[in-house]
Design a protein around this ligand. Sequence first.
Ligand code: PMT
Length: 410
Amino acid sequence: MAGWRAVVGVGGGIAAYKAAELVRALSQRGIQSTVVMTAAAQEFIRPLTFAALSGRKVITTLFGSTPDEVLASSVEHIAVAREHDILIVAPATADLLGKFANGLADDFLSTLYLAFDRQVLLAPSMNTAMWLHPATQANAAALRARGNVVMEPEAGELACGETGPGRLPEPGRIAEEAHYLLARRHDLDGETVLVTAGPTREPIDPVRFLSNRSSGKMGYALAEAAAWRGARVILVSGPVELEPPLHVELVRVETAREMRDAVLSRLPECSIVIKSAAVADYHVANVPTQKLKKTATRLSLELDPTPDILAECGAEIERAQRGQLLIGFAAETENVVAEARRKLKAKRCHMVVANNVAAEGLGFESDENEVTLVTQAGDVIEVPRASKREIADRILDEALRLRLALYSRS
Ligand code: PMT
């Protein structure tokens, strides 16, 4: 993924210092930055900070001070425009949005904007009334209509003391959006992918629950990978600590019953269903309404099975005959492939992702995984250890290949 180059344009707003965090967040994603500062931005933060963080010269003026510099810089904005893959402006002030929308070009950043013919990402930040003013809204709408991505500012308390929309989106979120714009592909355009992720929680009483160690990382990686490949993504998630990926619809659930209801109600609109959640297999039969009192005697819980969501999806997909693809997971500690084959058949899946959760540093909670894909076409595909995000892409690659194989036969 490395090798992308971004121009980070910094406007003159109180959030200008956050552009430094953005340069760092981009670099962590393998995206190198060249920073361009407006004159107003330099009132808020010094170019040296950005030079140190980006390891590159920071562009601060359209024209240099000596005749040679003037000659060189007269075409610099064109060269910078051609050498970079994305222009990110953060903070994008009301003034910059107005200039960009109306084609005004009187400094380096605004001339660069006009010369830039690739992806543009604008992260506005300003006072709420300024953001909501019809002039600013019209400028943002004109820029969006032109294909620029204008992020929504976050709502909260602003530097001016007022509260409302106008805060710069978090630098990590801006970097994520930039990464998405650079990396997105289109082989899942037109698909709706439903992913389940994380654990479920089955209450024991109003304050205690049964659950498991699933962090949601595998499911969230799948949701992000599908979104970055063009799919509309519905992420049905149990309680986890993760931020949902951008561009996915998040449906939060707690119990297996809630997950079942959410999945089955959205099933008709999906073309691919991936069940990576670690659903509790049992729930407490009769949950007391009051907290259980601690006593010296042994406590037994009476458990009933939870609904088998994967099996219900398999039956419904077979009945409806909409050409939907069902992918289950199998977390196993032994006989991994044999168990995956058994689940493939019993739950009428098209593919089962077998996860050996006994291996050190893999499976639950880890950033990496190693899986075996067992398909209805009879293939057994070993996917060696890699990040969950890379594994997610491999699962989607094989899902598309499998669908071609299964449906070109029928
Ligand atoms: O969340 P992470 O920390 O990243 O960990 C990832 C993971 C290990 C949880 C994931 O990779 C994984 O293996 N998920 C499946 C875990 C699991 O519950 O496996 P299982 O063999 O018990 O269930 C088989 C399949 O049936 C799964 O697709 C599961 O979602 C589904 N199921 C299970 C029980 C139930 N009542 N309903 C279901 O639909």
